[in-house]
Design a protein around this ligand. Structure first.
Ligand code: NDP
Length: 679
């Protein structure tokens, strides 16, 4: 085949390979499939991101950007076959590519959905509640997040050219920050094809994304404190890059996701014959062989009760011996080659190190069969299983990551020893525990939580729907302490905040409200001559308030409500028992009665733009209401969020006060309101 000439995308231009371009070989045949390495003006790229991409993205709200991610996901989904084809050169079976390609597209969808559900249709994210800093409430504090005004430089690993790119792009773009993507050269032809689809879609604004096929030159030395580096790869490269004086002097954010000696523990309860034993064997084999073990989350250390060590090894060997290795496009092949010959050399060197402390019980790299390909020309290795006789005394099995289908069995006597062994990895992305005993789950999570970014617990109850030890999910944090890099990615909207600055803002309620785009209690309110329930979504204004007339709560009301609903709790029905309760002066009105009366006071009953009451948040009953007291309601427009083309969500601040002006209850009501002409 003719080698693909990979292009960079810099400042809106496609730029082909330069004189220093590198050849990239097929992992299966060793033939040259692509060349990459453009000569680029990195300052111009950063300027394009800072002065074109950033302003374009920041002009959009979180919801605009979320809709953009969804459109992008749909666009890529319609073109993914080409990416599957290209991934064959990288040694990926269809199942491997599914994780990379469909997994990446799925991640875009999840962020698109979370962005619209969990972030406001606004430019600023309000983090947490108002802090009362003064007695009379005229001076308050709150935290806000705004997008960084620089560029995010994404340096990605070779093993997931699509997912690795999209799982970083989704939170970055949702935050409103432009990205410069640098894929690992070995599989950059897959990343480039996917990136090109995104640019050609026209969905992203100018400057939102740029692409480097090849090296980063002096890019990192040109970064400023408004830029972020998000890196995935080896610990050695991460250390080299993050410890550069320029990065350190400027406190440039550096998110790292690197090597990880992930462990899986078989619980003491899960012996042969239990569903958990079979599940454990299946998960370990899957983690060893999917992507030929080239997953940052793969199981490298298999920690099992000493009594069943032999059974585990036999069961693993039986399954591993059925793994057909070969050309991923050949019929029946379950495991392809490593991504490159360099990667094979690296894995075999690491295997030799592991071999000094552990015996190989399965898999000989000098003698194994390869289906449909030349074992010497492609980067093939067999699955290799080791057993370490003295895991407590050993060192390199806990620190050497052979980034391939390689894992070591180690036995434990007591559960705390298993936990200690798992923690010897020095910080991992994920550890798993297969047990049906909740006490074991509790003890392991308490003992191991601090050392692992994710703990995956599985048993007979969850195995039918579980997502797999090795699958980082966009909803959950991906990253780990120490050896794993100390970074965090994804984790739902938490991942978006890595590309934003948290700022505490102090001021009066009016000032904080203006900054956050929301009504802050204590700000100025106003009334209009029309009931707010008669106004379409667009006409409602923040701070607009309806003050109702008062209503007296009688003993008959309380008794009627008690018998009608069945809530005859003593505090409402028994004067002596209620008076003996330190919270009540005697019989009091039900909280739910007050809520119902509040609705009765503030609704406008005629058909109109209010479509539905969809819930309430933050309900607090602050003072009891006794028979004879009266209540009145203030209903204020607090926040408005567009939802569809025909309606939006209105959040109302609702305050119930008594005849003395004291607040008796407070909550936030959510309604769906139609736009003008849509009701
Ligand atoms: P590297 O750390 O060498 O490369 C990772 C990324 O960093 C690639 O995009 C690479 O680009 C880039 N890079 C390398 N040097 C520089 C530099 N000086 N400046 C800027 N960018 C740079 O890892 P490899 O991909 O070679 O894999 C090596 C080992 O890393 C594996 O064997 C495995 O142990 C570990 N690894 C861990 C992963 C994880 O997810 N935790 C994933 C992949 C690997 P280029 O390709 O152009 O050199």
């Amino acid at each position: 085949m003719t080698a693909m000439k990979l292009e960079s995308y810099a400042a809106g231009q496609w730029i082909g390979p330069g004189p220093d371009a590198r050849a990239i070989a097929s992992a299966v045949t060793g033939e040259e499939v692509a060349i990459a390495g453009s000569a680029l003006d990195f300052q111009a790229m950063l300027d394009h991101a800072r002065f074109t991409g950033g302003p374009n993205l920041r002009a959009m709200t979180f919801h605009d950007r979320a809709r953009m991610l969804k459109a992008l996901a749909i666009h890529l989904g319609e073109r993914k076959d080409r990416l599957y084809e290209l991934s064959l050169h990288a040694g990926c079976t269809k199942a491997d590519s599914w994780i990379d390609i469909d997994g990446g597209i799925g991640t875009l969808f999840v962020f698109a959905s979370k962005g619209r559900r969990e972030l406001p249709d606004a430019h600023v994210y309000v983090d947490g509640g108002i802090e009362q800093l003064s007695r009379n409430g005229t001076f308050l504090g709150q935290h806000i997040l705004t997008p960084l005004q620089g560029a995010a430089v994404h340096i990605n690993a070779f093993n997931f050219p699509v997912w690795g790119m999209l799982e970083k792009l989704a939170p970055t773009l949702l935050a409103g920050v432009p990205a410069i993507v640098k894929p690992a050269t070995a599989t950059s032809y897959v990343a480039e094809a996917c990136f090109r689809m995104m640019v050609e879609s026209g969905i992203l604004p100018e400057g939102a994304v740029q692409f480097i096929a090849g090296g980063t030159g002096d890019l990192l030395d040109r970064l400023t404190p408004q830029d972020v580096v998000s890196f995935t790869g080896s610990a050695a490269t991460a250390l080299m890059l993050r410890s550069s004086p320029h990065i350190l002097q400027n406190s440039i954010r550096f998110i790292a996701e690197q090597d990880s000696l992930n462990a899986s523990i078989l619980g003491p309860d899960a012996g042969p014959g239990t569903p958990e034993f079979d599940l454990f064997v299946k998960e370990v084999v899957r983690e060893m062989t999917v992507k030929a073990g080239q997953k940052c989350t793969a199981i490298r250390r298999i920690i099992v009760p000493r009594a069943v060590e032999g059974d585990v090894i036999e069961a693993l060997k039986a399954k591993l011996s059925r793994t057909v290795v070969g050309d991923p496009s050949a019929e029946g092949v379950r495991m392809g080659p490593l991504a490159s010959l360099a990667q094979r050399r690296d894995v075999l060197e690491k295997v030799a190190v592991i071999g000094q402390e552990a015996e190989c019980v399965h898999g000989d790299p000098d003698a194994f069969s390869v289906e449909g390909a030349d074992a010497k020309k492609g980067a093939f290795v067999p699955p290799m299983l080791f057993r370490c006789p003295d895991p407590v005394g050993a060192a390199s099995i806990h620190s050497t990551e052979a980034f391939g289908p390689v894992s070591t069995v180690m036995a434990y006597d007591a559960l705390d020893e298993a936990v200690a062994l798992a923690n010897r990895g020095g910080g991992s992305l994920v550890m798993s525990l297969i047990t049906h005993d909740p006490d074991v789950a509790r003890d392991v999570a308490r003992g191991a939580g601090a050392w692992h970014g994710r703990i995956y617990i599985n048993d007979r109850d969850s195995m039918g729907e579980s997502t797999g030890h090795g699958s980082p999910l966009p909803h959950l944090t991906h990253g780990g302490p120490g050896r794993a890099g100390g970074g965090e990615e994804m984790g739902g909207v938490r991942g978006v905040f890595h590309y934003m600055q948290r700022t505490s803002v102090q001021g009066s309620p009016n000032m904080l409200g203006a900054v956050a785009g929301t009504f802050v209690p204590g700000s100025k309110t106003f009334e209009t001559d029309r009931h707010p329930f008669t106004k379409p979504f667009e006409e409602l204004q923040l701070g607009e308030t309806l003050h109702t007339k008062p209503r007296t709560v009688t003993l008959e009301d309380i008794e009627h409500f008690a018998h009608f609903t069945g809530d005859t709790f003593y505090a409402h029905m028994d004067e002596d028992a209620a008076a003996a309760n330190p919270f009540f002066p005697g019989r009091v009105a039900h909280g739910y009665l007050l809520l119902s009366f509040a609705a009765g006071l503030f609704v406008e009953p005629s058909p109109g733009p209010v479509l539905a009451n969809v819930g309430l948040d933050g309900l607090k009953f602050m003072k009891p209401v006794s028979p004879g007291d009266s209540i009145a309601v203030a209903l204020t427009v607090k926040r408005k969020t567009r939802r569809t083309d025909t309606y939006g969500e209105v959040r109302w601040h609702v305050v119930l006060t008594n005849q003395d002006g004291e607040t008796v209850a407070e909550y936030e009501l959510h309604t769906m309101n139609a736009y003008a002409g849509a009701s």
